[in-house]
Design a protein around this ligand. Sequence first.
Ligand SMILES: NC(=O)c1ccc[n+]([C@@H]2O[C@H](COP(=O)([O-])OP(=O)(O)OC[C@H]3O[C@@H](n4cnc5c(N)ncnc54)[C@H](O)[C@@H]3O)[C@@H](O)[C@H]2O)c1
Length: 348
Amino acid sequence: MKVGIIGCGRIAQTRHIPEYGSHPGVRIAGYYDFNEERAKELAAVYGGKVYDSADALLDDRGIDAVSICTANHTHGELAVKALRSGKHVLCEKPMAVSLEECKAMVHAAAENNRQLMIGQNQRFAKAHVRAKELLTQGLIGNVLTFKTTFGHGGPETWSIDGGAGSWFFDKQKASMGAMADLGVHKTDLIQFLLGQKVAAVTAQMVTLDKRNESGDLIGVDDNAICIYEMERGAIGTMTASWTYYGREDNSTVLYGTRGVMKIYDDPDHSISVVLKNGEQVLYDIDKIQTNDNQTKSGIIDAFVDALEAGAEVPVSGADVLSAMEAVFACQESSREKRRIVIREKGER
Ligand SMILES: NC(=O)c1ccc[n+]([C@@H]2O[C@H](COP(=O)([O-])OP(=O)(O)OC[C@H]3O[C@@H](n4cnc5c(N)ncnc54)[C@H](O)[C@@H]3O)[C@@H](O)[C@H]2O)c1
């Protein structure tokens, strides 16, 4: 399988390119980035051609699939173009910057009989996969409440063009801040873990501390604090933050009718469960990856393996639509200072 990379920055370099590079069934055939030198440097190491536009790469009939690793505001347009040009697409999160664009992507995939997968790699983290199994087996009973959190010190030390002038801080390019960067992960994750969609949200997306090059507060949220009411009655908080300046927090805590489950909360144990009767069960599976400690995400293998097998990709665009609906509802809730209902709640 021949793949193309559109956007050759940090996530392409730390995840997509090395993980494609180590997959025996894949050859990286081409690259496009606004910054041509960046693309050339990668081609020199991994092989493949450098194109002078995204269209030129997409017009190459030899390329079967593309990874879209560009700034958030370009995901929707590039994904639709790529699907229409006959490529399968692995698009980084956030899926896109409006619900209309997200729906257009799903539509383009169906219409062109191509596959669209979204980079929601939290679903592949080993402790999340195990936690989902344990929850399905009923280890902690019915989940009543939860708190899921993703916070670190911000993207300015991560982005390849980092610093206070980073595109992550630019509303035109990023659309949202901590919410688009981290909140989309935990919104998708909580739906995945509970097997329930978000039914209503009450959110505040605020800018407390991050400043641009002029010293003004940035135009996007550096903190998003959201109450999620799930469709079968569970209620909890989803917090995304760029102002956790000490240790990164990537934890999820679930409070069920039979006990409490903490995932990636204790650095020494990936999952810890304390049951109502006091019994403690610890699962040592792996350590969560952090910005400073990138481990193989597994998302590239999942994408390629599904395409090679002629199977449906996991975490398809259609699968992620409901999480994006919740994210955009949070934007609306924060802007209009009210609770937003997305869907009716059903039976517990
Ligand atoms: N799944 C994850 O955990 C994860 C982690 C980090 C970033 N991301 C996502 O990946 C995307 C890229 O983030 P990053 O951290 O690599 O950013 P980055 O700033 O390090 O790199 C972005 C690259 O894209 C290029 N670019 C931007 N718009 C382009 C366009 N329209 N055409 C061609 N090139 C373009 C830039 O020149 C730069 O090289 C973002 O949407 C981000 O949210 C996902």
